[in-house]
Design a binder for this molecule. Structure first.
Ligand SMILES: [Zn+2]
Ligand SMILES: [Zn+2]
Length: 151
């Protein structure tokens, strides 16, 4: 899945193109931080290159310092406050796209579930999708789980 994709916020003031390039597979994160940040049961992430996001419209940024000390910033629409992507100090070249904002999100599925130890009890994870109690320990683990299939 390396084609040009497009997406945007709720009110339409922010639109973006995700240019073809390196992108990891989409996943769902059930950690308690994601639950609080979204006000929902999990959040939908896809790691992409920050430089591949071509965004128009006025944005604003929310900041949060994770317990590890890593500062994360989440960028969204300044008008409707829908969140589009997050970055953090640890991997400054990459962005974690909230893939629910993609126009074709309905054609995508999470290809892994992370932090299932804190998932809400009413969510049932399909048997054929990898589910981790927490998250991969290191970059190699992330690559193994979510690296794009090379065709
Ligand atoms: Zn908006
Ligand atoms: Zn999370």
């Amino acid at each position: 899945m390396t084609e040009l994709l497009s997406g945007g916020c709720l009110c339409g003031a922010v639109r973006y193109k995700l240019k073809p390039g390196f992108r990891m597979k989409p996943y769902a994160c059930h950690c308690t931080d994601c639950q609080r940040r979204t006000g929902s049961a999990f959040s939908s992430h896809m790691l992409v290159m920050l430089a591949d996001i071509e965004l128009t419209g006025e944005t604003d940024v929310g900041e949060f310092v994770q317990p590890s000390g890593v500062r994360s910033r989440i960028v969204g629409c300044a008008k409707c406050r829908a969140r589009i992507y997050a970055t953090n100090d640890k991997r400054p070249d990459m962005a974690s796209l909230r893939w629910g904002t993609l126009d074709n999100a309905h054609q995508m599925n999470p290809e892994a579930h992370l932090w299932v130890k804190s998932k809400q009890p009413w969510i049932t994870i399909p048997d054929d999708v990898p589910a981790l109690e927490t998250q991969p320990d290191d970059d190699a683990g992330w690559m193994k789980l979510l690296a794009p299939d090379l065709r």
